[in-house]
Design a protein around this ligand. Structure first.
Ligand SMILES: [Zn+2]
Length: 64
């Protein structure tokens, strides 16, 4: 009986897929600036303003 103990089976590769690739789920939201409907790739947080692409680009955050 021979055992190949050094042959690992894909371990430690969890959480590698599903991020940064493929279609993202888009959520509809209303831009807090211009009021236009937009879609954001994240779930809009009611406590935070959501901006459309244009407004988001306009308000590029400076440094924290
Ligand atoms: Zn906007």
């Amino acid at each position: 009986m021979e055992r190949r103990g050094s042959q690992n089976r894909d371990r430690g590769s969890s959480g590698e897929r599903g991020y940064g690739r493929g279609p993202q789920t888009m959520h509809k939201a209303k831009c807090s600036d211009c009021g236009e409907e937009t879609e954001v790739p994240f779930k809009p947080d009611p406590d935070r303003p959501v901006y459309c692409r244009e407004c988001y680009a306009k308000r590029k955050p400076k440094r924290y």
